[in-house]
Design a protein around this ligand. Structure first.
Ligand code: ADP
Ligand code: MG
Length: 701
């Protein structure tokens, strides 16, 4: 197939076209362009001979040049362009898998090319795949500064954005745009070392670093010029958080109305009906939450606790405290399965106390949904449990007092915004309790989320047996199945979790179907069931209910059981292709076992060859059971953004700060924010305007 050349207008946008494009991505003004700092740099100030470039190949991208001696399009295994250059001493192969006819022409035999890229071992020896190429004369001068590389959106080329940024930097408005806002006296000692640059100098430096700049520090973003920018940005974020907190404190929480019931009686009744005592950690967080619920301003609290630490009962106690004051409570979970589990638990706890618990989910029949909505609207329903349909559908609470959001990081920012918009009424704002089994270090939590208090349950209920985690090669599958059978003979139940296949949901389902068939055949005297995400909500619910009731022995599943499932008699879990799962996923999955009195085992089956990262991950999981330790490892590996789900609230404001790398700056920014607000309230707006602009929306999530 021939690649059609792009129409001319798309390739070289007109001035108007490029301006419109830049505007579309918020880069329309010189100010926005000036603060659109490079994502990374390319060092084009150095040139190597091909021989030296080949020697340096392990150390990342290199720049070299030579004359084209071969240039051909080959079709095996697929259409590609192969070019060889030489500098009369050595040769280097270049390869393109996508290319335009114009590129092919540019790389005709005899052309002189300056190329930059990483050299890797290819099929025909060392090669550069998709290098950056310039056709130039051999003695063309090298640039004097590092070349900035900007993040761009579709349709904007590096050339286009570099030009736009350079244009902006020479714009006369720069003097005001980048003027110092923060008074020198304020910065003082706290920020020494961070303030070697004025903002304007820092920005100029970062866009056009001199050739002798400390390249590593620039790339790692630890250079003083970066520090200056990072401090400014963090300061803006800290100010925003403080303002958000002030706004929350200025709001009214649900006022203290007492029902006929005696104060505290419902929580007391609930506590005394429990078959267990709260752990000290549960008591501690419950005391904090109970105080919050009595405060004059709405609670916004994150309850963290490892899988199985018992967060649900704390949420139930909070619900009881609001219900006894005649308010309604909404409990939301990200999946129907998890929501259903909560529904069953809450019903078990509350219905004996005369409190009605209602189910509402998106998949309900419209007649049932309507009925549910009516009883919410009339105030008949005290506690409503469901998915985020609870806020999406036309649901009007008579008197919502508390919203509980489980596994809140799995809700998107948009959904969380929706929730917070729905919890305010004319007279008061609801209390919000979020729960998460993904422990994040406290300092991170404080900067990550907009104005949020954090409670931690750092203790598991007593009597939990540690879960023995074993690593088994998948070649020993039959042994694993034989072991499983012995397990079942003891009357215990088991989970069999099928691999995550990111590329294809259909493929993922297929492996689960296959494993189910295999297990059902081998373990024919046992009841083996299959559960997966494509089933209808009622089907899933009935399978889970049967598993819980002991009517199913082995539950083969895709990752739908990831969170919240609670079946104490299930003490064995087998995870196929465990090497494909992340830390948190396996940790959460295996938290499903070890909930009863039997010794529990989690078998991680893996197939070789294992990558180094996968090997380390599996070994860590075998040795470590503490969710906080695992979360730290995960954090180090993936960075906070991913750990918490894509760009969330507080972090969405931070473009140049990495909360992990720059943690020490947070404290400085925190103190500066307090002083700026107290001593220079007049400057706050200008500073926020520069750094936050329209991104404050995220603070409300
Ligand atoms: P998670 O924090 O993962 O949501 P759950 O709330 O589902 O954990 O609790 C896990 C299990 O532990 C449930 O069966 C729950 O009833 C039980 N549980 C909670 N608190 C205690 C406790 N203090 N003592 C004994 N069992 C408890
Ligand atoms: Mg839970």
């Amino acid at each position: 197939m021939r690649t059609k050349p792009l129409p001319k207008s798309a390739k070289t946008p007109t001035r108007v076209g490029s301006q419109a494009l830049l505007e579309k991505f918020g880069l329309g003004s010189p100010a926005a362009l000036a603060l659109h700092l490079p994502m990374r740099y390319e060092d084009e100030t150095q040139l190597w001979t091909i021989e030296d470039a080949l020697m340096k190949s392990a150390s990342g991208a290199v720049q070299t040049q030579g004359t084209v001696i071969r240039s051909q399009v080959v079709y095996r295994p697929r259409r590609q362009l192969l070019v060889t250059i030489t500098d009369d001493h050595s040769e280097l192969n270049l390869r393109w898998l996508n290319f335009y006819p114009s590129q092919q022409k540019q790389m005709a035999i005899g052309a002189h090319l300056r190329v930059r890229g990483e050299i890797r071992d290819g099929y025909l020896g060392p090669e550069m795949v998709h290098p950056t190429v310039r056709a130039i004369s051999p003695d063309a001068p090298l640039p004097k500064s590092l070349t900035p590389v900007y993040s761009v959106a579709a349709g904007i080329s590096q050339t286009m954005i570099r030009k736009a940024v350079m244009g902006a930097l020479s714009d006369p408005s720069m003097h005001t745009v980048l003027a110092e806002i923060l008074p020198k006296t304020l910065l003082g000692k706290a920020a020494e070392g961070v303030m070697q640059f004025t903002l304007r100098d820092a920005v100029m430096y970062l866009h056009q670093p001199p050739a002798d700049a400390d390249t590593d520090a620039l790339i790692e973003r630890t250079h003083p010029a970066w520090r200056r920018v990072q401090l400014e940005e963090l300061l803006a974020q800290q100010i925003s958080l403080k303002q958000a907190h002030a706004v929350r404190k200025g709001r009214s929480s649900p006022p203290q109305i007492l029902a006929n019931k005696q104060t505290g009686s419902l929580t007391q009744q609930l506590l005394s009906a429990l078959p267990f005592q709260l752990t000290a950690a549960q008591k501690g967080v419950w005391a904090q939450i109970s105080d919050d619920l009595r405060a004059s301003f709405p609670m916004n609290r994150l309850l963290q606790g490892d899988v199985g630490s018992g967060k649900t009962i704390v949420a139930a106690l909070a619900s009881a405290q609001m219900v006894e004051r005649s308010y309604q409570v909404a409990i939301m979970a990200p999946t129907e399965i998890l929501a259903e589990q909560h529904y069953l638990k809450f019903k078990e706890w509350f219905e004996p106390l005369g409190i009605s618990v209602l189910w509402l989910s998106g998949s309900m029949k419209s007649k049932d949904k309507k009925q549910a909505q009516e009883s919410i609207e009339s105030g008949q329903a005290h506690i409503v449990v469901g998915t985020h349909a609870l806020i999406q559908e036309a649901v009007h609470f008579a008197a919502l007092g508390l919203a509980v959001i489980d596994e809140q990081h799995r809700f998107g920012v948009r959904q969380r915004l929706e929730i917070s918009q729905r919890i305010g009424s004319e007279t008061y704002y609801c209390h919000q309790l979020m729960m998460s089994a993904t422990p994040i270090p406290r300092t991170l939590a404080m900067t990550y989320y907009a104005d949020l208090d954090v409670s931690v349950i750092d203790e598991l209920p007593p009597g939990r047996k540690p879960i023995a985690t074993k690593l088994v090669k998948d070649g020993r599958r039959q042994e694993v199945i034989a072991g499983l059978e012995q397990w079942l003979q003891k009357g215990l139940q088991a989970y069999w979790v099928c691999p995550l296949i990111e590329e294809s949901e259909a493929l993922q389902l297929q492996t689960a179907v296959d494993s189910h068939a295999e297990l059902a055949a081998v373990l024919s005297q046992y009841r083996v069931a299959l559960i997966h995400g494509r089933l209808k909500a009622e089907e899933k619910a009935s399978i889970m209910a049967n598993f819980k009731a002991g009517k199913i022995d082995v539950l083969v599943s895709t990752t739908v059981i990831e969170v919240g499932v609670d079946v104490p008699n299930a003490a064995l879990m087998v995870i196929e292709h465990a090497e494909r799962f992340g830390y948190a996923q396996i940790h959460q999955l295996r938290g499903r076992v070890g909930r009863g009195s039997a010794d529990s085992v989690c078998i991680l089956m893996y197939s070789e060859p294992l990558s180094l990262a996968a090997k380390e991950r599996l070994q860590t999981l075998r040795e470590v059971s503490d969710g906080f330790v695992i979360a730290e490892r995960d954090l180090a590996l993936r960075g906070p953004g991913e750990l918490l789900g894509a760009k969330q609230s507080g972090e969405a404001m931070l473009r140049f700060v990495d909360l992990q790398r720059d943690a020490w700056l947070i404290q400085i920014a925190h103190e500066l924010a307090e002083r700026l607000l107290a001593e220079h309230p007049d400057l706050v707006k200008a500073h926020l305007g520069r750094w936050v602009g329209s991104r404050t929306e995220f603070l409300k999530a």
